[in-house]
Structures are given as structure tokens and as C-alpha cells.
Design a protein around this ligand. Sequence first.
Ligand code: SIN
Length: 303
Amino acid sequence: MVNLGLTIGNLKFRNPVITASGTFGNGSEFDDFIDISRLGGVVLKGTTLELREGNPYPRMAETASGMLNSVGLQNKGIDYFEREIYPRVSAYDTNVIVNINGSYIEDYVALAERVNRLEKIPAIELNISCPNVKMGGMAFGTNPVTAREVIRAVRAAYSKVLIVKLSPNVTDITEFARISEEEGAESVSLINTLLGMAVDVKSMKPSLSTITGGLSGPAVKPVALRMVWQVANAVRIPVIGIGGIMTANDAIEFMLAGASAVQVGTASFIDPQVSVKIVEGIEKYLADKKFSDVKDITGRINR
Ligand code: SIN
């Protein structure tokens, strides 16, 4: 028997595999494909105080070993979330995490207060790394002063588990991980997408309406892995690794580099069952290697 369970803050996860925000809808889209209770958790699509239409189309483009998105945080806002989505996701037998976003610190705080009151949401992922909005998002998460301010304000407003989602579009991501830890976050998740672009040579126009967008998928994995390793060596709080995880072996690489858990994102667009396959693959790897506990491989490359 292998123990796949872990704890972040006071929150127990049955295994280290979580689905990434924006790639798993609100979970119900996957009901026909997987049993959500097999997952450690799900992070829901980024939520804001008010409804957002998102960016104009085109806002997705395929690239070599990856994809660009510039969705622009399209969502129906927290009122709709509480009324329509929360009752459904409350029934899930897994950790349901809300990814929160804002243009101003006050937005983040108001949203955090609202989500704090939702009994069946045990954690938020504070998104200070969305590269696709004119205000807020990555602008907060690439400046150490504003990153600290927003994390501090949200921490004061939110009493449950706080995970800060970090941007890779910085010189030294460990600085932002340390700030998150100092301001009381229980965990950091990384990486959000890398700022990129693509051009359609036929039309001679950018492939995305916003010209730039966020790159995800296998193309970013080596960069993400390097950043996870750096951050895991810089902070004591658990690290959640994200970035091009397509297989159990990819997830295990992140764990060996120091991640306590992982998020699976772009891969779910290709195979809606991939997250559960990754849980099974990690379990088999541990059994084959004769490890009894998933925690035994976290940061193993350093030992
Ligand atoms: C988006 O909605 O544009 C993506 C969200 C993110 O990258 O955080």
C-alpha cells in the first residue's frame, strides 16, 4: 500500500494531483470522463467580482509543443458563482479551490471575503500572474511591492488555505515565493503561463487579438521545472508544480525537484482522463520503487 496523501496548511489532499485553473471548467464538464473524487483537488476557472466577457477572438493559438491563450479571465462573476456553480461543486468529494483575480487590491480582498464564507471551499489560489489582462493580474505578480501588498491584504481577509499562483515572467521567481511565505501564504503554485506570441504569416497578423498571450504545454516544462526546483530550495511552504505536465513521469519529475503536489493543465484539453491516469502512474511508480509514501520523493534529487 502506498500513501499518496499530503497536507497543505491544515488541508488534507488524498493525492498530489490537482487540475489547473482554466483547463477544467468548473469540473462538471469532466463528469462524463472521470470520477472527480479520484483527484487531490480541482482549481476552478479564474473568478472575478464582476462578470468579464474576456478578450476578443482569436484568443487561442497552437504552437510547437504548446499553446497560447489570451482568454482574459472570462467568467460570470462571484454572484453567479455563488448562485449557480457553488451548489454544484459543493457536492464534489475533493478539494475545490477557487482561483481569484482582480484589477485592484480592493477587488481581490472583496472576493477573498466572499469566498471565505463558502463552507465547501477550503482554499483559494490567489492569481497574481494572469498575463492577459490590462489591469491587475501579472502586473501585481511581477512587482515585489505590489505582490506583497495584495498578498498581505488578502491574507488579512481570508482565513483558510491561501495558495499564491506565481508568474514566471520575472527575473527571480524565488523573490515572489519568499514574499508569499513571509505574508502568510500556506503554499505557492507555479508556473502560470510564459508571455509569448505567434504570427500568422498568411494574414500577416498576430495569431491572437491581444498580440501576446500565455504559453503553456510541454514547451514550458523545462523552465517550469527549473523554477519549481529554485523555489522549493528557497521556501519552507509546500510548492505546487505546474507547467506542461502530460504524464505521470512529468509529474514525478516535478516532485523529485521539490513539488509536494502538481497541477495538470493543458493536458486535459487533449485527454480529459489524463489527471486520473497521472494519479495511477504516480502510485505505480512509488510501488515499483518500493516507496510507501509520496512525501518520500518530494525534493529527492537533493538527497
Ligand atoms: C486567462 O483567462 O486569460 C488566463 C488566466 C491566467 O493565465 O491566469
